[in-house]
Design a protein around this ligand. Structure first.
Ligand code: FAD
Length: 447
């Protein structure tokens, strides 16, 4: 009997398996697809490879103010796809090496729970004291006629498309839709985004979301907000523009970016009596499901649906199952949208604090207070907002829009995780010149 079977080798599952292996436990990791999960194969990494190339291409065409003239720049998608494949392969070798180093046995196949200690993979039955469900998520398919058709792209298939379409309509203005809209626009396509809500990136701070919308519109992306897509046919999208008027929009390609759905089907969850719904497997903050010995982490729980959250949840679950005290502070988990400009956040938004009845103070400073931001971003703009408790001054939230914010948001997470006040945080020395100095200025201003 093993100590642990992990189902799913995404950033939740493989990191948890490696951690348990490093603790000296006997671990099996079952994967039906490819090591690294959605994040490595069709998510975080491919998206950022694509965005790196599209940004470089745009920068070539906008390098004049930096004193650099680039003539004849062109965008070669097959080379971008090939580079993506190379980077994914290199990172996958890293995952393999990590698992091997930790003594984890990798089993290739589709797993199904038979009971709380037994997992069926093909003809084999695996047995363990604990099972960690880390089966992740897949692209959601909302009930819109035609959206599941072969010609409609989703995030699983978009990274293998070897050309830039002349035009693309993207259904969904969440982070996946927005990152892909940025890529396609910079790569030269006409891009239109259709979003049901009145704002894009709905989980963000309102002002951040408005600023992002303005910047993306300025880059040439067309937005249709508060609208409902009614049906999709090849090359045509039919939608209600929010006023009850039905309209059509023609585009060479259509992309479904309406979010992700936890993978809960075909796993035997009903049979073992776990509390779950289509929204995910319910877990405690230690990763326990409703059935003792069965644990879950990552996208399958439908909680945070980010790679680094999946990893932390997996490690907390492993520590908890083997009696090592640990807990996750959800409020400190950072999130980034890798659009151009980037958005980064940690902690709570003004709306969340207001809903919770928590009094707060805030300060906002433009990114341009940091010399490095002006150096790096000719004509760019953005801001950092810091929210602190009205009385104690403890840092409750940091929200930023502007390039390089992805690189300093971890500092904000650390301040929230360690419950520092703005006054204490003001003693931290920020390196000069870095864009992070905008965060320092906001901390000083909020006092
Ligand atoms: P997954 O990565 O989905 O892995 C689950 C694994 O389980 C898969 O490999 C699957 O094959 C396997 N599996 C499923 N069922 C079974 C079974 N029955 N038996 C065996 N194996 C099974 N997150 C970020 O934090 N930052 C980003 O920048 C970011 N960008 C993204 C961009 C895109 C386009 C997309 C689509 C997602 C992005 N995400 C990002 C989200 C991130 O990919 C997920 O949050 C992360 O992959 C979740 O990890 P996981 O381990 O829970 O599941």
């Amino acid at each position: 009997m093993h100590d642990l079977i992990v189902i799913g080798a995404g950033p939740g599952g493989y990191e948890a398996a490696a951690h348990a292996g490093e603790l000296g436990k006997r671990v099996q990791l079952v994967e039906a697809g490819s090591l690294g999960g959605a994040c490595l194969n069709v998510g975080c990494i491919p998206a950022k490879v694509f965005l790196r190339s599209s940004r470089l291409y745009r920068e070539c065409t906008e390098a004049g103010p930096f004193g650099v003239r680039v003539a004849g720049a062109s965008f070669d998608v097959p080379v971008v796809v090939e580079r993506k494949n190379r980077i994914v392969a290199a990172l996958k070798r890293g995952v393999e090496a990590k698992l091997k180093g930790a003594g984890v046995e990798v089993v290739i196949g589709r797993a199904r729970l038979v009971d709380r200690h037994l997992v069926q993979v093909g003809d084999d039955r695996l047995e363990a004291e604990n099972v960690l469900i880390a089966t992740g998520s897949r692209p959601a398919v909302p009930p819109i006629p035609g959206i599941g058709a072969e010609h409609v792209l989703d995030s699983d298939r978009v990274f293998d498309v070897a050309e830039v379409p002349s035009s693309i309509a993207i259904i969904g203005g969440g982070y996946i839709g927005l990152e892909l809209a940025t890529y396609f626009r910079e790569a030269g396509a006409e891009v239109a985004v259709f979003e049901m809500l009145p704002q894009i990136a709905a989980n963000c701070d309102r002002e951040v979301s408005a600023k992002l919308l303005q910047a993306l519109q300025r880059s040439g992306i067309e937005f249709h907000l508060s609208c409902r897509v009614l049906s999709v046919e090849e090359g045509v999208l039919r939608y209600d523009d929010g006023s009850g008027t039905e309209r059509t929009h023609a585009a060479e390609r259509i992309l479904n970016a309406t979010g992700r759905a936890p993978v809960v089907a075909g796993l035997g969850l009903d049979e073992v009596g776990i509390d779950f719904s289509l929204a995910g497997v319910r877990i405690s903050d230690r990763g326990e499901t409703s059935v003792p010995g069965l644990w879950a982490c990552g996208d399958v729980t439908g909680r945070h649906m980010l790679a680094h959250a999946a990893t932390r949840e997996g490690i907390v679950a492993v520590n908890s199952m083997f009696g090592i005290p640990d807990r996750i502070r959800y409020e400190a988990i950072p999130a980034v949208i890798y659009t151009h400009p980037e958005v980064a956040m940690a902690g709570r938004t003004e709306a969340e604090l207001t809903r919770a009845g928590i009094p707060f103070r805030k300060a906002t400073v433009p990114m341009g207070v940091a010399g490095r931001f002006l150096i790096e971003n000719e004509g760019g703009s953005g801001f950092v907002k810091v929210l602190v408790g009205a009385r104690g001054g403890e840092i409750l939230g940091v929200h930023a829009v502007g390039d390089s914010s992805s690189e300093f948001i971890v500092a904000a997470s650390a301040l929230i995780e360690t419950a520092l006040t703005a006054r204490q945080a003001a003693e931290v020395v920020f390196p000069h010149p870095t864009v992070s100095e905008a965060l320092r200025e906001a901390i000083l201003k909020v006092g």
